[in-house]
Design a protein around this ligand. Structure first.
Ligand SMILES: [Zn+2]
Length: 444
């Protein structure tokens, strides 16, 4: 993108005046961005720093020491972690982030560092390429200068020059959020805007995303500033990890500060606050909010809460069981009232016997044997619903029939598993023929 606004033009101009990455910075990156490894395969080892290979001679006259999983390269004398691996080459990459001040801006420069090492065949190769510059003004507004990304959005185009980019990229691939707020290894010689120093930032930079912290502080995030100034670094980290930009228990937090109480495990402390609040404890009382042993207090409250919740659950279950029982008794009574006039009714043609279901228990049995929902869907509760059971002369259930008492129609007649029996038509005919009997019973 071409610089269009006054600010973009200024930043582009200043960017051209930034010093090149120095050898000192590159050397620091070599040490701090990469792992330093000795790849070990059988008794051979090779060095990720110089590519040279040697034989593990822990018990030979060369006397190379392997201290636990650490060793030293006999050629470049780097201290190395031993890693069992068959790899013959190694490509590693990572970011180094450099904080500089230029023209009243806080600049964060993100350098992508690459290292290629080959076992014995080539000398080790390093590459340092500046990918992103975040230019943050005193009010926290950010202007981005970066290389373009490839179409997939998963890598930079190395050859293309750095230029102004819009805050959230120009394409839809930026769903991963703020791709420019890279959190690289922070180069220790840091230049900071005096405004940031005033807000509690110093060279001992806390372990949080630098770009986000710097912008928040400059935009006036009082909570981040408060954490920094009171040395509550665990809380600061926790805020950034959980994505809250504000403290959740600020009055309690202030009491900690007044009592010079440093919260060592902020996520546990917040948990503990929510437990205190669950038990209605005073969240402004130092006795509670500044526990000598946080873990012990936290665990004991958590245990208490579990017991409480279990009791509550039991009580809820007990009440629900009583309600269910009361409801069932009511349903049984009203079923009896509604249906007793049909009790004893019998429709038969000599082969098939059709009788009403006369109790909720019978509904249950019918549903169970016939594998349908006459009981589970509570047909006994339906006011205009007469349920009949058709059996053969041996008493074997054939179909279950629903008659609507308002319309005196057969709504359905179902065999086992809601199927159709070979007697279906016969049953329907027989019930229809006897609909008068049902009508008589209704008005009796
Ligand atoms: Zn080496």
């Amino acid at each position: 993108m071409k610089p269009r606004t006054k600010l973009e033009k200024l930043v582009t101009e200043l960017s051209g005046k930034l010093p090149a990455i120095t050898k000192e910075q590159e050397d620091w990156g070599k040490e701090h961005v990469f792992d330093h490894l000795a790849y070990k395969c059988k008794d051979e080892l090779w060095c990720s720093e110089c590519g040279k290979m040697w034989v593990d001679a822990s018990n030979s006259e060369l006397g190379i020491t392997v201290l636990g999983d650490k060793t030293e390269c006999p050629y470049c004398h780097h201290r190395l972690d031993v890693k069992v691996s068959r790899k013959q080459k190694d490509h590693e990459g990572g970011y180094m982030s450099i904080l500089q001040v230029k023209g009243g801006f806080q600049v964060i420069r993100h350098i992508y560092c690459m290292r290629s090492t080959y076992k014995e065949t080539h000398p080790v190769h390093y590459d340092f390429t500046e990918m992103v510059q975040e230019w943050i003004s005193e009010d926290g507004k950010r202007t981005i200068i970066a290389r373009p990304m490839n179409m997939g959005g998963n890598g930079w185009i190395y050859g293309a020059p750095l230029s102004i980019k819009s805050e959230y990229g120009s394409s839809c691939w930026n769903y991963r959020g703020d791709i420019y707020a890279i959190w690289g290894e922070l180069y220790p010689k840091k230049e900071l805007l005096s405004e940031l120093k005033k807000r509690g930032l110093n060279r001992r930079f806390p372990d949080v995303n630098p770009s986000k912290l710097i912008r928040d502080l400059l935009k006036g995030s009082n909570d981040a500033e408060l954490c920094l100034k009171t040395g509550q670094i665990s809380m600061l980290k926790h805020m950034y990890k959980t994505g809250f930009s504000q403290l959740r228990y600020k009055p309690s937090f202030n009491i900690c500060n007044r009592n010079h109480y440093i919260i060592k495990d902020a996520s546990m402390w917040e948990d503990y606050m929510s437990l205190l609040s669950y038990f209605g404890k005073d969240l402004r009382n130092a006795h509670y909010v500044c526990p000598k042993n946080l873990k012990v207090e936290h665990d004991s409250l958590l245990e208490k809460k579990k017991i409480c919740e279990a009791k509550l659950r039991q009580e809820r279950d007990r009440i629900a069981a009583i309600r269910r029982r009361e409801k069932l008794m009511k349903d049984i009574a009203s079923f009896y009232e509604r249906m007793k006039k049909f009790f004893g009714m019998k429709i038969t043609d000599g082969n098939i016997v059709i009788c009403p279901l006369e109790s909720v228990t019978q509904f249950y049995q019918e549903g169970k044997v016939m594998h349908h929902c006459v009981y589970s869907n509570g047909y006994y509760k339906r006011p205009d619903c007469l349920i009949l059971s058709a059996k053969d002369i041996d008493g074997k259930r054939i179909e279950t029939i629903e008659v609507n008492l308002k319309t005196l129609d057969i709504v359905q007649s179902r065999a086992v598993c809601n199927g159709v029996s070979e007697y279906h038509n016969q049953i329907i005919k027989l019930v229809k023929k006897n609909m008068n009997l049902i009508r008589q019973k209704m008005t009796a």
